[in-house]
Design a protein around this ligand. Structure first.
Ligand code: HEC
Ligand code: HEC
Ligand code: HEC
Ligand code: HEC
Ligand code: HEC
Length: 167
């Protein structure tokens, strides 16, 4: 006979296993594997390269944009050539291929967002994206749901008409 205590222990055991699987799955969903292990901590943190040096459209466009391979090679034709992940970068360059970066912050199609008005108002990247310069791997540290957008729009007296963000 299995005692109730043992059943309880079994249930607790499976709950822990399932919990661990969920953490693994969702943990990865928030910080997906990238084709090259690019570190913001090294580039934007240690070496203090400005965000807009790489995300150069943020100030003048809806998108912030991800840098081209050419932008990376501006430094990596000479920098850290011996590192395996930099060799991968050089392979993309030699094959004339774009790097298929996985997108992390992604709004549904029915949402209209533009970087330009926000960046021009001086809202720091980190307010919407978290302390990216401390991250080895970008994760969705801030969830940009409707409540967060609308709350800031109310605080800052920006438009909260539905059609501002849904057009
Ligand atoms: C007011 C909030 C806000 C600010 C400020 C902001 N972003 Fe974003 N960012 C977003 C949202 C929302 C998305 C997702 C857009 C989408 O999926 O349509 C995004 C997407 C991105 C992306 C993915 C590629 C793209 O362009 O969609 C990058 C890279 C990015 N932001 C970098 C930056 C940088 C660098 C800054 C500062 C110069 C910045 N962001 C400032 C909200 C913000
Ligand atoms: C302005 C110069 C500059 C640009 C632009 C630049 N990097 Fe780097 N990168 C560096 C420096 C400096 C290091 C640190 C070198 C070291 O540790 O010896 C580095 C390190 C690296 C590493 C090695 C990390 C490690 O320790 O294994 C990779 C991978 C890398 N960069 C990828 C990229 C990619 C991808 C891009 C383009 C999106 C890029 N870099 C753009 C300067 C740059
Ligand atoms: C040397 C170039 C470089 C610099 C400097 C840089 N980034 Fe990036 N950024 C990248 C690359 C490459 C990616 C795509 C790979 C990744 O997600 O790590 C990226 C991705 C991102 C994303 C996720 C975009 C998405 O897919 O949703 C955000 C947000 C972001 N960067 C913000 C910043 C902020 C904020 C700074 C300054 C603190 C900054 N970046 C500095 C190259 C750079
Ligand atoms: C931290 C504060 C803040 C957050 C968060 C924020 N916004 Fe804004 N947003 C502003 C401000 C301030 C303006 C007004 C800029 C101006 O007056 O030029 C603005 C303007 C806009 C505009 C342009 C409106 C127009 O009339 O041209 C759009 C579109 C927009 N925001 C969408 C969004 C969406 C979508 C989100 C969430 C994903 C968001 N915003 C999150 C502060 C914010
Ligand atoms: C400042 C930007 C902003 C404004 C203003 C705004 N929304 Fe949204 N809305 C969003 C964003 C971002 C999402 C997607 C993220 C989410 O679901 O929270 C969204 C999602 C939604 C959804 C889908 C909800 C769901 O659960 O999937 C509906 C419906 C919606 N909005 C209706 C409205 C209506 C109606 C108004 C006017 C009263 C409005 N929105 C005003 C930004 C905004």
């Amino acid at each position: 006979m299995i005692s109730l205590g043992k059943i309880g222990a079994l249930i607790a055991f499976f709950a822990i296993v399932i919990g661990a699987i969920l953490v693994a799955v969702y943990g990865r969903a928030n910080a997906p594997g990238q084709p090259i292990a690019f570190s913001h901590k090294i580039h934007a943190g240690d070496f203090k390269i400005a965000c807009e040096y790489c995300h150069s459209y943020a100030r003048r466009s809806t998108v912030a944009g991800v840098p081209s391979v050419a932008r990376c090679m501006g430094c990596h034709k000479v920098t850290a050539l011996d590192k395996p992940e930099v060799k991968k970068l050089a392979d993309y360059w030699n094959r004339k291929e774009a790097i298929p970066w996985v997108k992390i912050f992604d709004q549904p199609d029915f949402v209209y967002f533009s970087h330009e008005p926000h960046v021009l108002k001086g809202i720091a990247c980190q307010i919407c994206h978290g302390p990216v310069e401390k991250m080895e791997k970008v994760r969705e540290a801030v969830v940009l749901n409707m409540e967060r957008c609308v709350n800031c729009h109310m605080e800052r007296k920006a438009s909260i008409d539905c059609w501002t963000c849904h057009k």
